[in-house]
Design a protein around this ligand. Sequence first.
Ligand SMILES: Nc1ncnc2c1ncn2[C@@H]1O[C@H](COP(=O)(O)OP(=O)(O)O)[C@@H](O)[C@H]1O
Ligand SMILES: [Mg+2]
Length: 325
Amino acid sequence: MATSSSLAIEAHGLVKLFGSVRAVDGIDLAVPPGGVYGFLGPNGAGKTTTIRMLATLLPPDAGTAKVFGQCVVREAKAVRSRVSLTGQFASVDEDLTGIENLVLLARLLGHSWSQARARGMELLEAFGLSEAAARQVKTYSGGMRRRLDIAASIVVTPDLIFLDEPTSGLDPHSRNEVWGIVRALVAQGTTVLLTTQHLEEADHLADRIGIIDRGKIIAEGTAGELKTLSGSGSLHVRLRDPGCRVEAMALLGRHLGVPVTPESDPAGLSTRLDDTERASAALDVLAAAGIQVVSFSFGLPSLDEVFLSLTGNQAEGGANSGGAT
Ligand SMILES: Nc1ncnc2c1ncn2[C@@H]1O[C@H](COP(=O)(O)OP(=O)(O)O)[C@@H](O)[C@H]1O
Ligand SMILES: [Mg+2]
């Protein structure tokens, strides 16, 4: 077990109020060094506010937080020397070129001109931006811009980097490039705290995940642990004849005593079950009634289903998302 001094981030009862809004409402965190910690939650959950406190940019109203054993309030300067924050409000200048941005930052951080230029070119190369080095950032695509944001935040290699929704608004190709960069950061020894609204992203990248909702962590663990939290798996069945679906749903509902729901595929249906034995019994029931099954799968629930079972809300894309105050 990690002792407190060996943790990358340790927070107890962290609170931040904005007027009457409890943006962060008593958060505890224990993030070991190395790897990716995923901070997963819908818009307005308190992710950005939490990482701004951890990065010393915002004083907590209550609670304590340490980064590599140093207090984010009393030892803010020391903390700042070891962390980097990038994301929603990055600091690159649109009118400068890619290389100019990186050289400027490296100069501000104390490199000589020649060191700054060398580091800038090295980062552009590593992030696949060499060819765009001399172009103004305002001509960059969204994906190029995001890669430059991350490059800018690691001009001096940080021990801990906060990536605040680094892939929001990116197409799948650019998103995969950013995922590659995150893995490369981890490989060089940096600890990553990544916020995301995407369950799939946390599932792909994070070693551990904290699910945050309305300023509180409502579940914490590995993706696998979180998936077993909802206590059941999903059986998905595809019938040969969509015309049999109503009958199949009624039969299974009666036999299993759990709700059976239609899927968007007109021949598909699914149900929640706690073990594989019941899943195979369900298939027997259909066979006995002469209803043919083309394919079926039984697996742990998706993180979306976990979020739904923990909060009763859709994590994203639902009618009530985007409703941050
Ligand atoms: N500077 C601020 N002033 C007032 N309210 C804020 C401010 N920053 C965030 N909030 C509110 O705090 C809550 C959490 O916001 P935020 O931390 O940005 O969530 P997330 O990053 O998870 O989307 C939201 O209700 C948001 O509107
Ligand atoms: Mg945010």
